[in-house]
Design a protein. Sequence first.
Length: 133
Amino acid sequence: MGVAVAELSVPIQKGSNALTLLTHDETMDAQREMTACIRCGRCVHVCPMGLMPEMMASAAEKKDYESYEKKFYGLECIQCGSCTYICPAKRPLTQLFKVAKAEIMAEKRARATAEKLKAEAAKKPASSGKEDK
């Protein structure tokens, strides 16, 4: 479980329990080897949550976050990395899902903040312009 990191300036957190250090940049090698999805279904078979990673990836690449979240249950992904590991096309599925989830959650937070501000503004009494004596 985890995500490839391209630079050493990324902090180690309390929840980090292991590091895998590679002698050369295997992430760049993987990007050069990456091909289009061949619809083999291996990612579906290894997903512990029973999700459809190839469909989630398609929606995430198109930034169709409504389908990603509501139709393919993308927020249920635990980012275990099984789909990325098993993919013969070498697609970075886990990284794609991480970005999609972050963008969806940021949008939800922005929407909630806007609604909260709107509710607070509605609670404030409109000033009538008259001063109380």
